[in-house]
Design a protein around this ligand. Structure first.
Ligand SMILES: [Zn+2]
Length: 158
């Protein structure tokens, strides 16, 4: 795939980010491509949907999975107008997306009030050191669900 094609997809993600601002969402857009075809377009819908997880990347992953009827986006690439936050980066890994192309950096996002570097820093801390008080309780009971999973013969692994 040549650079022009990457630039064209990225420009579409940027256009989605701009449209999102006009529509009342955050300034982030993303799209997913498979085999040279655009599978899904998405933009930030946090304020529109009252959903703190509705970042552009998560939104477009949900749409692409619905469209392709799968939870595995292997073979897909994501173009996002901004470097993914920790949640979106995790979602991209869970979705098994092949390649990430991003426009703005996380430092650019921090400059306009979207500071996910704080969350990146939190991930490195032990749970008891994080800013949200975190307690570890009922491990043995919680493990019962894992034992059921391990013993289940007909599970759908992901
Ligand atoms: Zn995100």
């Amino acid at each position: 795939m040549n650079q022009d094609i990457h630039a064209r997809y990225m420009q579409r993600a940027i256009n989605l980010a701009k449209k999102s601002v006009e529509a009342g969402g955050g300034p982030f857009g993303a799209l997913i491509v498979k085999d040279g075809e655009v599978v899904a377009l998405g933009h930030n819908r946090v304020t529109l949907d009252k959903d703190p997880t509705a970042h552009a990347e998560v939104s477009v992953i949900r749409k692409a999975c619905k469209k392709l009827d799968t939870f595995d986006l292997s073979g897909c690439d994501i173009y996002t107008s901004c470097e993914p936050c920790p949640m979106c980066l995790s979602a991209i890994y869970w979705a098994h997306i092949d390649n990430i192309y991003y426009g703005c950096t996380k430092a650019d996002a921090k400059d306009i009030g979207f500071d996910d570097s704080f969350i990146y820093d939190q991930i490195d801390l032990k749970p008891e050191k994080r800013s949200i008080p975190t307690s570890h309780i009922l491990r043995d009971q919680a493990l019962e669900a894992f034992h059921l999973w391990v013993a289940k013969d007909d599970k759908t692994e992901y």
